[in-house]
Design a protein around this ligand. Structure first.
Ligand code: AMP
Ligand code: MN
Ligand code: MN
Ligand code: MN
Length: 278
């Protein structure tokens, strides 16, 4: 029987709404057998998820979704199967979280200049002691009635050119790949169709990624259309990259419109990323 993999998910350790334990339980109920917890720039939720999985017939693969700046754009890179105790990886992620806090203060200041007070405290409240993501600002802005849902908040406030936007200054591609590989993991470009890169730019990204030791491409993603999955499968084959599968689940609330597990099979000719950990 074909095993069920979901190799891209979030918990309350970053911008998800389920605790690591609740995430593992929801994934097990959805029939997931191999679950990677891949919170943004933190490994904080891993030990809880691993402990919760001991009570279930499910394996947790320790992971992380690293924020990367490549060619002035933000790209997300997954590290799958990393050692969550690895010093160099932990130190790298701590640096990204420090930038997150500085950025959160800048976002709040920009929103205050726009007449919206208290956004840092508001977003911190949603982050509940964890790192602050734009998603936490979005939840605060919805609560205050500045937009009807998170999607609208991003469009009006949080993307390039809008009042609460602050440019990312994340890891560079080479260092992020090094952290993941030194920690024993596989480096995978997350949701490649989301960046709206031209074919030529995407080829350039994949060429540089491979040259720096990157190994995988997320072909099946909850944020890809069927056509995008097929297009990315072709890139994975052309670049001899391992193919990954993940929902990018954040929350059971339907505004995200992403289910745990329940992902399409990899198209023919794609080598699954789990071959890397045999
Ligand atoms: P950050 O890493 O803090 O800049 O936040 C990025 C996160 O915001 C992504 O991982 C998504 O969870 C969320 N996000 C980004 N763009 C949108 C959007 N247009 N609508 C809803 N959520 C978004
Ligand atoms: Mn997110
Ligand atoms: Mn992402
Ligand atoms: Mn994600």
């Amino acid at each position: 029987m074909h095993a069920s993999y979901d190799l891209h998910t979030h918990s309350t350790a970053s911008d998800g709404t389920l605790s690591p334990t609740a995430l593992v339980e929801a994934a097990a109920s959805a029939g997931v057998q191999y679950l990677a917890l891949t919170d943004h720039d933190t490994l904080e939720g891993i030990s809880e998820a691993v402990a919760a999985a001991h009570l279930r017939s499910l394996t947790v693969i320790p992971g992380v979704e690293i924020s990367v700046t490549w060619n002035k754009r933000t790209i997300h890179m997954l590290g799958l199967g990393v050692d969550p105790e690895h010093q160099q990886l932990q130190a790298g992620l701590a640096g990204l979280r420090a930038f997150r806090d500085t950025r959160a203060q800048s976002i709040a200041k920009r929103l205050a200049d726009h007449g919206i007070e208290g956004a840092y405290e508001g977003a911190s409240g949603y982050a509940n002691g964890g790192l602050i993501s734009r998603t936490h600002f979005a939840r605060f802005l919805v609560e205050k009635g500045h937009a009807k849902d998170v999607r609208q908040v991003f469009k009006r406030f949080l993307v390039n050119g809008k009042p609460g936007h602050v440019r990312g200054e994340w890891a560079n591609l080479e260092e992020a790949i090094t952290w993941v590989k030194e920690a024993g993991g596989v480096a995978v470009i997350a949701h490649p169709a989301r960046y709206k890169l031209t074919g030529a730019k995407l080829r350039r990204l994949l060429t540089e990624f491979k040259a720096a030791g990157g190994q995988g491409l997320e072909v099946i993603s909850g944020s890809h259309s069927v056509d995008e999955c097929h297009r990315m499968a072709q890139f994975a084959r052309d670049f001899s990259l391992l193919a990954s599968v993940g929902s990018d689940f954040h929350s059971p609330d339907n505004s995200w419109n992403r289910e745990l597990g329940n992902l399409a099979d990899l198209p023919p000719g794609c080598r699954p990323v789990w071959e890397a950990w045999g």
